[in-house]
Design a protein around this ligand. Structure first.
Ligand code: AMP
Ligand code: FE
Ligand code: FE
Ligand code: ZN
Length: 278
C-alpha cells in the first residue's frame, strides 16, 4: 500500500477539511497518511477521529526554518498539540498575523488592495497564509492565477513580500525529538539545485540530527527523485515522500497519494521513519 506523508487541510492553506482529506486518502487506497498543516496541530484531532479504523494517521506539521542561506521547510512527524513544540510555534503563528497585515498594507500601497476580512473569510479556520491573500488578489481581479499573485507580489523578492518569523533549525529538531517525533526536510529543491549543493545540504541535514528527506515529491522528475533517494541513504537519512496536496485552487493538478499521477511513496518509509523515533 502506498502512503502520503505531506498533506494540507483547511486548517492551514489546503482546500479540504481534515475529514475530507481522510476520505480522499482512503479513496486513493493509501495505508498511511500524515496531516502536515503549516505551524499548527489544530486539525490533528479531527483527522484522527475521521481516520480511526480506516487508515493510519501520522500527526504532523510543516515548519519554516531559519537556515544560513535563507529558509527551508521541515516536516515533523508524530508530533502533536500540547507539546513544547506546539508552544514554540505559538509566536510563529502570531508572527503570521503581523506579517499578513504588512503584506496587505504593501498591496494597498501598490494599488492592488485586498480586503482583510475577505482574506480571513477565504482562510476560514486555522492559520492564514499567503495562498489566501493570493486568492483574494485573484477575486479582486488584480491577477489571473495564484502563480501570478506569487510571482508579481508575494514570492520572496517580489514587491509585497514580507518575511515572517522562523524557527531555528537546531531548536526545532530538538523539540520534534523531545515530542517523540522525527524531523524530515520537505521539498529539498528549495535549498539546492546542483549535485554539489545537494551533497553539501544533505551533509548539513545529517549533522543537524535530521532524520529524513522528502525525495518522492509531486513536482520532481523521476531522475531527481531517484538521485535524492540515493544521496539521502548515503548520508544515513531516510528517503521519504508526499504529494504536498493543497487542492485544485491552490496547487492545481496535484492529487492525494499520487501527485501528478506518477507519485508512489512506498509504505516501508513509515516503518523506517518510525524506527528513528526517540
Ligand atoms: P506562508 O506560509 O503564508 O508564508 O505561505 C507559503 C505557502 O504559499 C506555501 O506553503 C505554499 O503552499 C504557497 N506557495 C508558495 N509559492 C507558491 C506559488 N508560486 N504558487 C502557489 N502557492 C505557493
Ligand atoms: Fe502551503
Ligand atoms: Fe512546503
Ligand atoms: Zn507543504
Amino acid at each position: 500500500m502506498a502512503v502520503d506523508l505531506h498533506l494540507h487541510s483547511t486548517i492551514s492553506d489546503g482546500q479540504h477539511t481534515p475529514e475530507q482529506l481522510v476520505d480522499l486518502a482512503v479513496a486513493a487506497g493509501l495505508g498511511t497518511m500524515a496531516l502536515t498543516d503549516h505551524d499548527t496541530f489544530e486539525g490533528i484531532a479531527r483527522a484522527r477521529a475521521a481516520a480511526a479504523g480506516r487508515i493510519d494517521l501520522i500527526p504532523g506539521c510543516e515548519m519554516s526554518i531559519e537556515w544560513p542561506d535563507g529558509t527551508f521547510h521541515l516536516l515533523g512527524y508524530w508530533v502533536d498539540a500540547g507539546t513544547d513544540l506546539d508552544e514554540a510555534l505559538r509566536p510563529i503563528r502570531h508572527g503570521r498575523e503581523t506579517r499578513n497585515r504588512a503584506i496587505l498594507a504593501a498591496l494597498a500601497d501598490l494599488g492592488v488592495p485586498v480586503d482583510e476580512d475577505r482574506v480571513s473569510e477565504i482562510s476560514g479556520e486555522g492559520v492564514i497564509g499567503r495562498p489566501h491573500i493570493a486568492q483574494a488578489l485573484m477575486e479582486a481581479g488584480h491577477v489571473e492565477t495564484p502563480d501570478e499573485a506569487f510571482s508579481r507580489f508575494l514570492s520572496r523578492g517580489a514587491l509585497a513580500y514580507r518575511q515572517r518569523p522562523r524557527i531555528p533549525l537546531d531548536t526545532t529538531v530538538d523539540l520534534v525529538h523531545r515530542a517523540g517525533g522525527v524531523a524530515v526536510v520537505a521539498h529539498p529543491a528549495t535549498v539546492a539545485s546542483s549535485a554539489a549543493e545537494y551533497r553539501e545540504a544533505f551533509a548539513r541535514f545529517a549533522d543537524a540530527g535530521i532524520d529524513g528527506v522528502e525525495c518522492w515529491y509531486s513536482t520532481y522528475s523521476s531522475e531527481l527523485r531517484q538521485d535524492l533517494a540515493i544521496l539521502a541513504e548515503r548520508h544515513g537519512l531516510v528517503a521519504t515522500g508526499g504529494s504536498d496536496h493543497h487542492g485544485e485552487i491552490r496547487k492545481p493538478g496535484i492529487d492525494v497519494g499520487v501527485g501528478k499521477g506518477d507519485l508512489v511513496v512506498p509504505d516501508e518509509v513509515v516503518e523506517r521513519l518510525a524506527a528513528r523515533r526517540p
